[in-house]
Design a protein around this ligand. Sequence first.
Ligand code: MHF
Ligand SMILES: O=c1ccn([C@H]2C[C@H](O)[C@@H](COP(=O)(O)O)O2)c(=O)[nH]1
Length: 283
Amino acid sequence: MKTYLDLCRRLVDEGTWVENERTGKRCLTVINADLEYDVGGNAFPLITTRKSYWRAAIAELLGYLRGYSSAAQFRAIGCNTWNANANDNQAWLANPARKGEDDMGRVYGVQGRAWQKPDGTGIDQLRKIVDNLGRGLDDRGEILTFYNPGEFDLGCLRPCMHTHTFSLLGDTLHLTSYQRSCDVPLGLNFNQIQVFTLLALIAQVTGHKAGKAYHKIVNAHIYEDQLELMKEVQLKREPYSSPKLHINPEIKTLEDLETWVTLDDFEIEGYRHHEAIAYPFSV
Ligand SMILES: Nc1nc(=O)c2c([nH]1)NC[C@@H]1CN(c3ccc(C(=O)N[C@@H](CCC(=O)O)C(=O)O)cc3)CN21
Ligand SMILES: O=c1ccn([C@H]2C[C@H](O)[C@@H](COP(=O)(O)O)O2)c(=O)[nH]1
């Protein structure tokens, strides 16, 4: 929580205004932020200075791990975050690659589970990582990347948190996650949860202890219409201590994650938070 608040404070105090053509809004922006989460120690990085809808963030991660490509699939597991980008984004609505209502195209999990090779066959990046780590092997290339410039025009949004690298040291698994663009009031709350939970889940299904997760952000920003709420409301609140995340120990394989796991398999212990803040969302 402290590094999160430091980043919010740094944005407000030292940020530079940058015009964003895609959304037509200005963003107060800083470059480079390094966040670190103690997954082994179960210090769940949940925002306490406002209410966090943490379940939707875990559902979104689950959808990525399953390779979902439709906002309807995300809604069905308890996550509404892709409705706007799939259905209200003018550039995507005009794109001939869009296959109708709710289609997100070849984004995130589609690249992670079915990266297309020139010969038409697919690469399942996550399966390879889980298989290697499961037998104790880290080939120094245990990389899950959603960033496929050759297919940007086939999806509604370029991935923001685009690459996850797993590292095995002895029997402890670590994760380094890279994010090119971060909406600090809205997206970061979700992304922190996802980095932490991704390491916890992959450690569990590969039979290792979870260690540290390193979250590296390049462009961190606040949209102009979010600034007042951040400065005058959220940053004036005192944080509470971190809650703990409990994951159903019956989740033992990647197939479990793909088939029967739901949000009921995740519980939070000791989440004390301030009131919700409804930040504006930019499509
Ligand atoms: N401008 C922008 N910011 C983002 O954070 C973002 C995008 N676009 N597009 C793609 C995904 C979608 N993500 C989202 C979208 C919406 C919320 C959101 O509205 N969160 C609210 C309530 C969530 C709920 O009720 O479930 C929040 O208060 O956190 C969060 C992340 C993250 N990404
Ligand atoms: O996981 C996510 C996904 C998206 N975001 C934010 C970051 C930006 O504000 C927008 C994406 O816009 P681009 O023009 O493609 O950079 O969505 C996030 O913070 N986390």
